[in-house]
Structure formats: C-alpha cells, structure tokens
Unconditional design. Structure first.
Length: 240
C-alpha cells in the first residue's frame, strides 16, 4: 500500500576525476532504494556531455579529484542552474562546505561517508531537500545575513495569501509533502507556488528564499523565525 509501482529511475551524472574514486562512488548505486524512492541510475561521460543532457537533473561532483574544485561548481551553475548538485569533499572544512552550498550544492558529504549515507543523501536531494549539518546551515545563514547584497534591498515583492502561507511553512522547514497536507492542496501545486516565490524574490534555492523573506519581513510573525530555527534538521534535510 502507498508504494511506487515500477518507478522510473532517477538519472545521476557523475563528475569524478580518478577511476578508483569513480568505482567507489558507483557502488552507491548498488544500494537498495529506500522506502518509496525510485532507483538511481549513474550516468557517465565528460562534463560537456553531462551538461548537454536535458534528461539529467542531478549530478554528483567529487571535489577530492585533482582537476575539480569550486570553480567547477560555479561553471556548472552558470551552464545548468537547474541541476541539483551533490558534492563529496574532505571532512572538517566548514568553509568549503559553506562555499559549496553558496555555489549551488544541495548536499555536502565527507569522503569518509559510507555508501548507505551517500545513497540516503542523494535520495534527500531528489526529494527536494538539502543535506548538510544544521550547525553549518545556521552559520551560513548568519554569514549571508551579515553580507551586503543589493538583491536583498530591492522592493518587497507582492505575494498572494497562498504564497505567504507556503512561505511561512518553508521558514518552518516543512517539506513540500507536509505543506501540501497542511494546506489541503496537491504537492505539485506546492512546487508551483515555491517556483513563483523564487522567481518573485530572485532566489536560486530555498536558502536564498528564506534569506529574502527574513530581510524583507515577508512573513511578519517573528515567532515563525524561531520555530524555523528549532525545526532545522540536525544532520540532513533543510528542504530546498
């Protein structure tokens, strides 16, 4: 009951510079899908080939490979801003984690994480969330709030009543599924509202949307922000 019947596999591009690391990352796709998750299908090829594939919506980027760095993430974001990136990098480098998220990563994993953790993180991203430590996400938001950004000082956009309801629940770290259930609407309708909110505010993802909401006081209830901080997940998911 409630399970997906023969779901289409989710295609995941792999950007890994070293063959031995490619073999290790490929083993992630041998893991059995989690409950109600579609199978994951690794896609191989050069960066040019992967970026030119319109069917590709997700990509794993290994920052440990010598030729790959933050510049690669920025280039991917310029060419394919729609791609959701899962980054694997060295452990213990908080600045790199935050820089990767700013550059467009939806997940940051340590090189020491096992296949099951990597698999779960990818599933979190394909569900529309961000996988990162709560402490670092809080630190990232604090840093961005202190940084001058002209995009945050423009006039506040006009939001409909429904968009305000969706935005408030986003600030409370609710998933699309939870928002749909609470508002009594379909999940695809929630996704449409989120898309319009991002276009109206000029945000690239939900972190950016949250920042703009906080700076413009788009949701006037100050207690909402406190609830949102309490709800931000510890290890994985701040929906994006």
């Amino acid at each position: 009951m409630g399970q997906i019947c023969n779901p289409e596999p989710v295609r995941i591009g792999l950007v890994v510079g070293e063959p031995i690391r490619m073999e290790g990352i490929t083993s992630v796709f041998e893991e059995i899908p989690g409950d109600k998750h579609a199978p994951l299908l690794p896609v191989f090829g050069s960066m040019e080939v992967l970026l030119s594939s319109p069917e590709l919506a997700y990509m794993v980027v290994d920052l440990n490979s010598a030729p790959i760095g933050l510049g690669t993430l920025e280039e991917i974001r310029r060419q394919r801003p729609d791609l959701r990136l899962i980054v694997i990098g060295p452990a213990g480098n908080e600045e790199l984690v935050m820089d990767s998220i700013i550059a467009g990563a939806r997940a940051y994993l340590d090189s020491t994480d096992g296949p099951q953790v990597v698999r779960h993180a990818i599933e979190v991203v394909t569900d529309g969330s961000i996988w990162a430590p709560r402490r670092l996400l809080s630190k990232l938001i604090d840093r961005l709030l202190k940084s001058p950004d002209t995009s945050l000082t423009t006039a506040s956009p006009h939001l409909t009543e429904r968009e305000l309801q969706v935005l408030e629940l986003i600030l409370m770290a609710r998933s699309n599924r939870e928002i749909a259930h609470q508002l009594g609407i379909e999940e695809r309708t929630v996704k449409a509202h989120v898309g319009r909110l991002m276009r109206k505010t000029g945000a690239d993802n939900r972190i950016g949307l949250s920042l703009r909401a906080l700076n413009h006081s788009l949701v006037p209830d100050g207690s909402t922000i406190e609830r949102r901080k309490d709800k931000m997940p510890g290890t994985p998911e701040f929906q994006n």
